[in-house]
Design a protein around this ligand. Structure first.
Ligand code: PAF
Length: 288
């Protein structure tokens, strides 16, 4: 695995690969890799000739009171894991090169960037779309692989690709879970042992909603309050949202209907804020 730190070198490398007719896959990450990231790299490995994993803790997507300095980092371990998972090039730019003095240009996906996560973290998605756009310009990928774990992020990237006519194929790969169902996340490391046990309620509450929908429950009020009770019983410190949205557009829906609904939630256990979601199939009502 090759490590590239300079933006100009990465662009030259990408141009060369494209001239050779190689398809380039990008897996953008902020590092501290876990099995979820490794599954994205493995997917890119299957779909493209050259896999570029990017490792950059992007300051633009952290709010003023968020954990940029505390964000977990372990570049040496990341290098090893990225290589083992099938990365060809690990792109690790410096913040001063990505956002030099006088940097002023941002990409904003309107509406979608202002709901749910965007309401709570108003500048977050502006930072994500900006850095992803920059990474696309630098790595020149044919295919980009993102995780379903950050479902709103994936929907926003889909919208950005469409709106800006980017010639990039988007693959959204499934969530990877721990054995007890907790979705893998770099932030899980902040949970103390009690919180870690409690946090499995995220997945359990999604399973509860899924089963209830399977049994014919169609009321969002009933589903949401059942999920809230489960999360409260698990001593969640706060529930930021439990949202029922359209899986592609991420817009909130008024009623549960076929073919699918995406249930997304953001919940705090102690000081750690965790996201999870599930796409649930909704069978068409039998007509008599
Ligand atoms: O999902 C993440 O880790 C980040 O939001 C991303 C896509 C790498 C952009 O910094």
């Amino acid at each position: 695995m090759e490590i590239v730190r300079s933006i100009a070198d990465m662009q030259t490398r990408a141009e060369g690969l494209r001239r050779e007719g190689k398809s380039i896959g990008i897996v953008p990450t902020m590092g501290f890799l876990h099995d979820g990231h490794l599954s994205l790299i493995a997917r890119a490995r299957k779909e493209t000739n050259v896999v570029v994993t990017t490792l950059f803790v992007n300051p633009a997507q952290f709010g003023l009171n968020e954990d940029l300095e505390q964000y977990p980092r372990d570049p040496v371990r990341d290098e090893k894991l990225a290589a083992e998972a099938g990365t060809d090039i690990l792109f690790m730019p410096e913040t001063r090169d990505m956002y030099p003095e006088g940097y002023r240009t941002y990409v904003v996906t309107e509406e979608l960037a202002g709901i749910l996560e965007g309401k709570i973290r108003p500048t977050h998605f502006r930072g994500v779309t900006t850095v992803v756009m920059k990474l696309f310009q630098i790595v020149k990928p044919h295919t980009a692989v993102f995780g379903q774990k950050d479902a709103q992020q994936a929907a926003i990237i889909r919208q950005m690709i469409r709106d800006l006519n980017l010639d990039v194929r988007l693959i959204v790969a499934p969530i990877v879970r721990e054995a007890d169902g907790l979705a893998m996340s770099s932030r899980n490391i902040y949970l103390n042992p009690d919180e870690r046990k409690s946090a499995v309620a995220l997945w359990k509450s999604l399973r509860f909603a899924k089963d209830a929908i399977g049994r014919g429950e169609r009321s969002i009020v009933v589903l949401r309050s059942g999920m809230e009770v489960m999360l409260q019983e698990a001593r969640a410190s706060s529930i930021d949202y439990i949202a029922f949205v359209h899986p592609n557009t991420f817009r909130e829906i008024d009623e549960i209907g076929p073919p699918e609904v995406l249930i997304a939630l953001a919940v705090r256990f102690g000081r750690t804020r965790l996201l999870d979601n599930a796409i649930v199939s909704v069978p068409a009502e039998a007509t008599s």
